[in-house]
Design a protein around this ligand. Structure first.
Ligand code: NDP
Length: 404
């Protein structure tokens, strides 16, 4: 059946599927491969041993996933039915330990930058095969397990967006597992490899490289520490698990989010202490808003009577859930996105202003969050109706106070 027949019925937020592909997916992918090409040396020159790294990383992450860690509680989705293993931070620590030992034993981590292009292609190919498996698995899944948006009947569309909401084999949840661990841990590993390569080339890592590594490690450590918070995100509760999410999680995040470190390896930037201090301050402000807003909402959703949020003003909704209308969520309707974007700026600034490439993440992320915010608004309007209108009246700005 022709794909276009399905277009009017499968609107993706305010963008239709083909519009999404042509305006967003293809340009960003072209930049992705271009930047890989720009930043890679001749793969044939890479030392063979570095090929051990993806295997090592997979083993580390899988082992981390197997650690049953109940110290900080487990999330459930839907409530009371599934117990998730909340051990992302342990997976990061285990990876750090194993990679540290492997480097001591001679693993040439600094040779990884030369292998980025083939590794990126391998990750994309693996994701494609994995998504095929997810699609075939979804064909035999019960209707109750399918995602609302990924069940159009058009195989290409459903393969791309994902048919099944939370595909699992026994208690292993593919989406929950892939959402953070492999991509985020891969990202900081690539960053570390850039830092080590720079040390090999120039005697020591530059201040700019330390800042980028430090900021992004903080972001990744924070996300894995609060891993259970992912259970209330749109990715888990609304979107199917198909090529779009799988590619984003397993290939896009590690290889493009590390662009700043890749750039610094090839374009060293002098950075004085005063400028570095200002950039650290910007990152700290972004992190403060991001963490404050996310924690406030998570605490409130877990227990509205928690003393940390009990005094906040709320709007009741017909569903019985309430909406926060003071604190961070009274400032703008997505304060967590604002904090995230401020941090994205701080990650690009150490790379100077001579080239656009390090700002790719900031530009792409702004587009992603503006689109995501529009989708979330639409879903909240459906969920909360009049109460959502009232929230929008009381908190008129979406992400940036007085501007947007
Ligand atoms: P949010 O954490 O912003 O969650 C949106 C949901 O929060 C809504 O659907 C609604 O769900 C609830 N909500 C909205 N307003 C209120 C309110 N006033 N009071 C109480 N609850 C409210 O969504 P995301 O999943 O998009 O983002 C999570 C984090 O992940 C963000 O910090 C974002 O920046 C980050 N992120 C990072 C990405 C990256 O690539 N680095 C990509 C995407 C996100 P309900 O009412 O059902 O609880």
């Amino acid at each position: 059946m022709p794909i276009l027949r399905y277009v009017p019925r499968v609107a993706l937020g305010d963008l239709t599927f083909p519009l999404h592909i042509f305006c967003f997916y293809i340009p960003t992918h072209s930049i992705y491969y271009y930047s890989m090409h720009q930043n890679s040396g001749d793969p044939l020159k890479a030392k063979g041993k570095i090929l051990d790294l993806p295997g090592l990383w997979t083993v580390c992450v899988m082992e981390g996933g197997a650690v049953e860690w109940k110290g900080r509680g487990v999330g459930t989705q839907p409530p009371g039915l599934i117990v998730y293993c909340n051990s992302g931070f342990q997976a990061l620590m285990l990876t750090a330990l194993l990679v540290g030992l492997a480097v001591l034993a001679g693993l040439p981590l600094g040779a990884l930058p030369e292998m980025l292009l083939p590794l990126a292609f391998a990750a994309t190919f693996t994701t494609f095969i994995f998504s095929l498996f997810l699609y075939l698995k979804a064909l035999v899944a019960p209707a109750s397990a399918l995602a609302p948006g990924g069940n159009s009947g058009n195989p290409i569309y459903d393969f791309f967006l994902g048919r099944e909401l939370n595909p699992r084999v026994w208690s292993f949840d593919f989406k929950y597992f892939c959402e953070l661990r492999p991509g985020l841990i891969g990202w900081v590993l690539i960053n570390l490899a850039m830092l080590m390569q720079e040390a090999e080339l120039r005697g020591s890592p530059s201040l700019a490289m330390w800042l980028v590594n430090g900021f992004q490690l903080l972001y990744v450590g924070d996300a894995l520490w609060h891993e259970e918070a992912v259970l209330t995100t749109m990715d888990i509760t609304h979107d199917g698990f198909g090529f779009m999410l799988a590619f984003g999680d397993l290939a896009w995040v590690p290889f493009t989010y590390s662009l700043q470190a890749q750039f610094l390896l090839h374009h060293p930037q002098p950075l004085g202490l005063p400028v570095a201090s200002v950039i650290c301050l910007i990152n700290a402000v972004g992190y403060y808003i991001f963490r404050g807003a996310n924690s406030q909402k998570n605490t409130f959703r877990k227990n509205p009577s928690d003393p940390r949020v009990a005094d906040l003003e709320t709007i009741p909704t017909a569903t019985g859930r309430q909406l926060l209308v003071s604190g961070w969520w009274g400032m703008v309707r997505h304060p967590n996105y604002l904090g995230d974007l401020i941090m994205a700026l701080a990650w690009s600034l150490p790379c100077g202003v001579s080239h656009l490439l390090p700002y790719f993440y900031l530009l792409y992320f702004t587009a992603l969050l503006v689109h995501r915010e529009a989708r979330d608004e639409q879903q909240c309007l459906q969920k909360y109706g009049l109460a959502w209108h009232e929230y929008c009246r009381r908190v008129p700005y979406r992400i940036l106070p007085y501007i947007y």
